[in-house]
Design a protein around this ligand. Sequence first.
Ligand SMILES: [Zn+2]
Ligand SMILES: [Zn+2]
Length: 284
Amino acid sequence: MQNFTLHTHTIGFDGKSTVAQMITAARAAGFDTLGVSNHFIVYPEIKKSRMYPYAVRGGYSAIYSDSFDSVIEKFRIHYNELRQLQSESQANILCGMEVDFFPTRTWCDGFLRAIDKLRPDYTIGSVHFVYYDGNLCNMHDIAKAAPTVRDKMLNVYWDNIAAAATSGLFNIMAHIDLPKKVGIGRDDKWCDAEMRAVDAIADAGVAMEINTGLYKPEIYEPYPSARILRAAAAKNIPVLISDDAHVSNQIGRQFDTAQQFAHDCGINNFITLQNLLDFSRKTR
Ligand SMILES: [Zn+2]
Ligand SMILES: [Zn+2]
């Protein structure tokens, strides 16, 4: 059984528990290492996007920034706090980040600067947004678009996942079939797009997470789906289980169920923490 959890969010970003509360919960769940991976989301136009007013009303707009400098400063203070807690509590705490990848030269340069200054232990690549026709769209915006436009956006989504994996900037790819959270991208016609992304992940040697945050009565499965996991198994992609905890009581949620699900899909390459961190050091 996996004895670490690396995809977690805390107060000051969009989580609801302190790092200390997360450490306590991780210990109670039997984990010997807690990685904290708050959102790193920088995009010039982000405060003009449709979703931004919702984020302000929902109280989580602090995770969105239009400036690398301000996010680097925020993470510098955050990582200092994590390293301080690490020495005080004797806990194994890792400094991670869940990064929104944007496929532009400017973005990559800005992110490389951030990595150089912050030296995270690992990075999780993700795509929560698609830039399409002059608008930065989240999954809800994509779901609301007219069918033909929606399909084009979903193709951009999958291309971005593949590009993120290929970029060499990330150790882990997060919730790769995120669009299903809004009920889209599940039909068979998306197999080819998914496989392009899975191939890119396999070629890059990046790990893929099984994210248990989606388990709900109406859709009782994690990210990614069985069809993606079977493809990952065929390509021997290293896998880890993530809870994507935003509150301390979500630490380790449904890990047993996800482990069984992965096993049923033929996965047996579960990445060790050591291999993941070695990979991280090697690529920097
Ligand atoms: Zn995410
Ligand atoms: Zn997350």
